[in-house]
Structure formats: structure tokens, C-alpha cells
Design a protein. Structure first.
Length: 759
């Protein structure tokens, strides 16, 4: 028995040392925790939540819509186009539809000033194509007012001299006009630039001139040949021309702009001709004979079979440096290409959403690094949160850039063909739904814009939202009764700001409809696309700060859909909800921790330690901390090992930096002890210690008290860092210890229960 007693005594001393170390670990780990209230008081049956998918750069369909107060006010921005000014005036009752068209046309040719057209001087995109197309749509109506129609026709001819007129009143640069061969006596005083301006004023109709009766024949052919000079370039079977007032000859700046215009026509033609599915024919660009209005450029509707596409360039064009001016020309040329290539571009009101958005995209393909379309980013950011793509125009440049990236430019041309085949938005919606994976990718379009940005044609810049993106609405979640319900409008890039109140832990599930797509991210990391994921099943706010999420929820269904979130649990924490839940000690960290302690202990020597099993800590919302050792195994120097089971409890406070564990009592329930070829089993029952040593029973009523002396209630503080899946505790004078959540869950951690007994 003496030898056995010596073995027991030596073994118990080693065991006691390790049990005390384990206690220090538990107390130290507890020092990295904080309060929370839990519905579960037993570590054997803690609350478990479903795991959330790891976020990826591509969106998984969560099928979920929302509702809330709209806060992105598009009226806070100036009008984006002349069409918006026109439509706003009609809606406000400032003018009828017909009166508005006449006013806008007169403004664009300079017959009236901006004071007569409220809002027009603030327009961002001073292109006149939309108004001209709406004028043509009006003239196409068989029951239109004949008097108004006559006036609109005159105004349209001022902007766009008919092709046959251009041929009569112009000559190619370097040629000699026919009228210079006529004797001076036969040349009337009309042959001046002022006379050409007068001709323009009457819509290039020589018979309307004040002294037209003096001419026996068409005055255009005889006396106005020198109004315009043109330069041209032949590209295969295509002819491109630029017409400019004869009075510009010798003006270096003006003639330089003419050369730039010809270059832009050629560049655009070459790019568009190289894309399968696009048709490019003859182009005419003409600068106005007089300083008409403040519009910059127009592409008229024309006979695509017999006429060159006319582009009117007016004075505002001078306000752009050459690079941006070229992209303007490329935009107008694509309007011509749309007429040649796609089934329909009339009526403008039905097709403007894709006509203007795609013209912005394709013009950037011609000049990738110019990025003139970036002027519309704030409009895209603000308006896309509440308007569908069918309610926007130039703002859709980001959408078409995304579509070109994901489906290729060639496939996008096919998509545009399908869209333009329908003369209704419902038909165009159907065409978009038929595009492969469009439902999911429309949601990704929103996420890319709000996060990393949509890669632009130059492959270096990105189209992205502001630092704090505009949202469709906002919600605040404070307790489990705040089940938000969001209404999602089809084809709207809807996103919501959702605030989870401070010092809370929320569990939630989504009641996801099949016809919606969802993605979410914590607002502070929204620019990192890899942080976006499905709805997190658990949200933890902070000690003194709310947690704010962005939800991107989209639908391409026929009608709106409702996306609901069920808040299944809300728990209030005294502080630092990050600690709430269950943690398991990291084996490698524990080995390093113990080896460091032993190395610093003069009587401890050095050891080779390996660790197995589980040492759990659970921090609860009611301020309690629980521990559980489940088959926690320590093997020393490959010959000595112990398997420990036990549990502990106490209370804690935490402030995000310092964790204090109070009145922590740790009880060792059982220890399996291997030493050499023998085994010792220790069981603690009602403070009575019993042992089985090499198959022989042994008891000592004092040993249980001796062993549990180190398990007296402890109070200790330590520094800690809690970040998602990792809890690092720095125990004074002992070292650093790492704990991991049982399952790694992103973007928000989810506590996982300790394994059941059969695991």
C-alpha cells in the first residue's frame, strides 16, 4: 500500500496542479466576457440558431421583400433632361402637352429665353433628342391639331434642314460655289450669312422668304449655295459629313471643332460597325447657322432607308472639351444606330428608358476612359432606390454597363433587340425576364452598385454609390414584436437601412417569397462585396451603439411582393453582445498557454502537451457565465494523460475591453488519469472523493477537500478582444488564450451548443 499511496500522492499532486491550471484558464477565459439574458439556464441545452450561408460575391436568392419610408428624394436634384422639364410643366399645369412641345422647341432654337420655361436652365443633360422624338410622335398622331402641327414642323425644320435642302445650300470644303460664276449684278443681297440665318428662321423654305417673289426659280438652288460648307469621309459603303456655317472658314477654333466632330463620327462608326447585330449607315452632323438656344445635340427621327441620319449640333456643344464632346457625338450616333438596328424606337415615351441608357453605355465603349456619363451617378444613386428602370432614362447607364459586363456587349445587343420588339413596358418586362438568370443578376446589379461598384468599360474605374447610399426606406428593430414587412416594387433597385437597437441580440428568420431576391450587409462594410450574404439568422448590436444593416431586395415579378422578417428572439445584454453564446478553447492556443506557464514555474519544468476534447464557456444575457469541460484531455510527454469532465458558473461584467468574472465556482466531476500502464479514476460525489487505482478502490475523505481547495469561488479581471468568431483573453501574468465559436458563421456569429453526450 505504501507504493500505491506514493503513486496516488504523486499523481494527485500532478492532478491538482492541472486542475488549478484549468481553473485559471476558466477564470481567465471568463474574464473576457459580458452579460446577456438567455432563455436557457443549462449549458446542456443552450439555444441554437440555424447557420447563415457564408457570404460570396455572387448573390444567392433569398427571395424576400420589404417596406418603409422612402427617403431618397429625386426632387432634390435638378432636372436631368429637357423631357423632365417638359413633363413637370405639364403635370404642374404650366402648359398643355402641345403648348409645352412648342415652348421647348422655341427655347432650343433660341426664340424664347429660360425665364419662360421654369427649370430649364438647371438641366443636367442638355440633349434635345427626347423633345424632338416627342414632337415627331405628336406629329404622327392623325388627330393632332393642324395649326400646332404646322408650327412644330417649322421648328423641327429649323433644327434639321431636310437632306435635299442641305444639298442645295452647301458646298464641299475647297470647292467653288456656282453663284460665283454669275455676274455681280445678278447676285441679290440675300447672299450673306444674315440671309442664311433668315432662311433658317423660315424653316429653310425659300418660298417663305420676305422677297421670295423676286425669284423666278427656286432661290435655294440659285442664291444660297454658300450657307454651309461640309467635310466628309468615306468608310467603306458609308459616308459621314459635317456641315458648318460658311462664316466659320478661317476661324481656327471653329474649324478645329469641325475636325473633332468628323473624328467622333468616324470613331463611333468604326466601333458600332464592329459589333454584330448593329447597322450603321450614312451620317450628317450639322452645326446651326445661328446661335440657337442652349441645347447641345439632337438625333432626329428619319427615313432609315433613304436618308442619312441627321445630328444637329448647337452652341452648347462648345462648352465641352474635345474628349467629352466626342462622347456626346458617340451618344447621338448610337441613337441613329438604334433606328437602323432595332424593331422599334417609337413612341419615345415607351422606349426612352433603354434608348438613353444604352446610348450612354455604347458611347462609353467608343471612348472608355472619358466617362462623361458619370455626371449621372448621383441621379442613379438617388432615383434607382424608388423608380423602376422603366421610369428612368440616362440614369440607366449603370444598368446597361452591368448587363454588358455580365452578358457581353454582343448578347446585350440581342437583349435590346428583344426589348425593342415590344411597344409596351409589360412586353419589355417579359423580354427581360426571359434573359438567363436575370432575376438573380438584377439583385447583383444593386449589390455591385452599392459595394465594389460596376466595372466600367475602361476596366479601371467603377460606377458606384456614394459612401452612404440612398435607400428606399428605413426600419428600426427593437424587440421581437418588431417584425418588419417590406413591399418591393418590380424592377426597382430597392434597398433599405435597418437599425438593430443597441445592447441586443436578435434571432430572425425570413418569410421568403419565391419571386424576390435578397442580400444584406452591415452598413459599415457595405463597400466590400464579399461581406454581402443572405439574411443573418442572428444579429448582435454593440454596447452603446446600434448595428445598421443594408438590405438589397428586388423583384421582377408582375406586381409588388412583400418580404417579411420574423424576429423570433430579442435578448438584452448589459454590454458587449459579442460575448453572448458558447465558445470552445482553441487547442493549439491552450497548449502554448500551459507550456508557457510551466516554463515560467521553477518547479514545473518543461512539458510536451497535447490537448483534446472541449472546454466550453457560455456567456448569457442575465449576467451569468457557465463552463463545461467535456472529455477535456491533456496528454503530457506522450506518457501521462488526464480526461476531465466538470462544470462551473459565476457572473460577469464587460465593457468591450475588460472582462471581470465574479464568484466563479468550478467543480470537477470526474477525472480519468492514465499514468504509464495504469489508470486512476477520480469521481467527485457530494464532496466525497473516490478513486479506482489500477483496478483497486481507494478513498480518502480529506482528498476531495484538498483537491477542491483550488476550486473556491474566484473573482478576476482580464483584458479581452471579441471579434466575430474569435475571443482572445489576456490573463494577467499568465498569457494569452484563444477561444473559438463552435461553428464559424459569417457575417454575424451564431452561438452553437456544446455537443450532446453521444457526440
Amino acid at each position: 500500500m505504501i507504493s500505491i499511496n506514493k503513486v496516488v500522492e504523486g499523481s494527485m499532486q500532478r492532478l491538482k496542479l492541472f486542475l488549478i491550471v484549468i481553473l485559471l484558464v476558466i477564470v481567465g477565459a471568463a474574464c473576457g466576457a459580458q452579460n446577456e439574458s438567455s432563455t436557457t439556464d443549462s449549458l446542456e441545452n443552450p439555444s441554437i440558431t440555424a447557420s447563415v450561408p457564408t457570404p460570396t460575391a455572387t448573390l444567392s436568392p433569398a427571395n424576400t421583400p420589404l417596406s418603409g419610408e422612402a427617403i431618397g428624394d429625386p426632387d432634390g436634384l435638378p432636372p436631368i433632361s429637357f423631357v423632365e422639364v417638359y413633363e413637370a410643366g405639364v403635370e404642374a399645369g404650366n402648359w398643355t402637352k402641345e403648348e409645352g412641345l412648342v415652348l421647348m422647341m422655341k427655347y432650343m432654337i433660341g426664340q424664347i429665353g429660360p425665364e419662360e420655361v421654369p427649370g430649364v436652365s438647371e438641366v443636367e443633360e442638355a440633349e434635345g433628342t427626347g423633345i424632338v422624338r416627342m414632337v415627331i410622335d405628336y406629329l404622327d398622331q392623325p388627330d393632332h391639331d393642324s395649326e400646332i402641327g404646322q408650327e412644330l414642323n417649322r421648328l423641327k425644320r429649323i433644327l434639321f434642314p431636310p437632306q435635299e435642302v442641305l444639298e442645295q445650300i452647301s458646298r464641299q470644303k475647297g470647292s467653288v460655289p456656282r453663284n460665283r460664276l454669275v455676274s455681280v449684278e445678278q447676285i441679290p443681297p440675300l447672299q450673306t450669312q444674315e440671309a442664311c440665318a433668315e432662311l433658317a428662321e423660315v424653316g429653310y423654305d425659300g418660298n417663305e422668304l420676305e422677297n421670295a417673289d423676286e425669284f423666278d426659280e427656286n432661290p435655294l438652288a440659285q442664291f444660297f449655295e454658300d450657307c454651309y460648307i461640309y467635310v466628309e469621309r468615306i468608310l467603306g459603303d458609308q459616308t459621314i459629313r459635317v456641315y458648318y456655317p460658311a462664316g466659320w472658314e478661317g476661324d481656327d477654333a471653329r474649324e478645329s471643332r469641325v475636325r473633332v466632330t468628323l473624328e467622333a463620327l468616324a470613331d463611333s462608326s468604326n466601333v458600332y460597325r464592329g459589333l454584330p447585330g448593329l447597322t450603321v449607315k450614312d451620317l450628317n452632323a450639322a452645326f446651326g447657322l445661328a446661335p440657337y438656344g442652349e441645347a447641345k445635340a439632337f438625333a432626329n427621327f428619319f427615313d432609315p432607308e433613304t436618308e442619312a441620319c441627321p445630328i444637329a449640333m448647337l452652341p452648347l456643344s462648345d462648352q465641352f472639351e474635345d474628349g467629352k464632346f466626342k462622347q456626346i457625338v458617340a451618344h447621338e450616333v448610337f441613337h441613329c444606330v438604334q433606328t437602323w438596328s432595332f424593331p422599334n424606337s417609337k413612341p419615345y415615351d415607351t422606349h426612352k428608358w433603354w434608348m438613353e441608357g444604352s446610348a450612354e453605355y455604347f458611347s462609353n465603349l467608343v471612348y472608355p476612359s472619358t466617362n462623361l456619363e458619370y455626371r449621372k451617378i448621383e441621379y442613379l444613386d438617388t432615383r434607382s432606390a424608388e423608380l423602376s428602370i422603366f421610369q428612368m432614362t440616362y440614369e440607366n447607364f449603370g444598368f446597361f454597363q452591368f448587363m454588358g459586363n455580365k452578358y457581353s456587349t454582343e448578347n446585350l445587343i440581342g437583349i435590346l433587340y428583344s426589348i425593342s420588339s415590344s411597344n409596351s413596358h409589360s412586353g419589355q418586362e417579359t423580354a427581360l425576364r426571359a434573359v438567363a438568370d436575370f432575376e438573380k443578376r438584377f439583385n447583383l446589379y444593386v449589390v455591385e452598385f452599392l459595394s465594389s461598384g460596376i466595372l466600367d468599360s475602361d476596366q479601371s474605374t467603377r460606377i458606384k454609390s456614394t459612401t452612404l447610399p440612398k435607400v428606399s426606406g428605413s426600419e428600426t428593430i427593437e424587440d421581437k414584436n418588431d417584425d418588419p414587412k417590406f413591399r418591393v416594387q418590380p424592377f426597382v433597385a430597392m434597398r433599405y437601412r435597418v437599425t438593430y437597437k443597441e445592447e441586443k441580440r436578435f434571432l430572425q428568420t425570413a418569410l421568403t417569397p419565391d419571386d424576390a431576391q435578397f442580400s444584406s450587409v452591415e452598413e459599415k462594410t457595405h463597400q466590400d462585396i464579399s461581406s454581402w450574404s443572405d439574411l443573418p439568422p442572428e444579429i448582435r448590436s454593440e454596447c452603446d451603439k446600434d448595428v445598421i444593416y443594408l438590405f438589397a431586395i428586388t423583384s421582377v415579378d408582375d406586381f409588388y411582393v412583400d418580404y417579411e422578417i420574423d424576429i423570433t428572439l430579442d435578448e438584452k445584454a448589459e454590454c458587449d453582445p459579442c460575448l453572448l453564446g458558447t465558445w470552445d478553447v482553441d487547442h493549439q492556443s491552450f497548449e502554448t498557454y500551459i507550456e508557457g506557464i510551466m516554463a515560467r514555474n521553477p518547479s514545473g519544468g518543461t512539458i510536451d502537451l497535447s490537448v483534446g476534447g472541449h472546454q466550453y464557456l457560455q456567456f448569457k444575457t442575465d449576467g451569468k457565465v457557465l463552463s463545461q469541460r467535456k472529455d477535456f484531455t491533456l496528454r503530457i510527454n506522450e506518457q501521462f494523460s488526464t480526461i476531465i469532465n466538470g462544470n462551473g458558473s459565476g457572473t460577469y461584467t464587460a465593457n468591450g475591453e475588460v472582462l471581470t468574472v465574479m464568484n466563479f465556482l468550478d467543480i470537477t466531476d470526474s477525472v480519468g488519469f492514465d499514468y504509464g500502464n495504469g489508470q486512476i479514476t477520480y469521481t467527485n460525489n457530494s464532496n466525497q472523493a473516490s478513486f479506482s487505482i489500477f483496478g483497486m478502490d481507494y478513498s480518502d475523505p480529506n482528498l476531495a477537500t484538498d483537491l477542491n481547495a483550488g476550486n473556491a469561488p474566484q473573482t478576476q479581471s482580464a483584458q479581452y478582444v471579441c471579434d466575430k468568431d474569435d475571443l482572445t483573453i489576456t490573463i494577467p501574468n499568465l498569457g494569452e488564450l484563444l477561444f473559438n465559436r463552435v461553428d464559424q458563421i459569417l457575417p454575424t456569429p451564431v452561438p452553437t451548443a456544446a455537443p450532446a453526450d453521444n457526440e
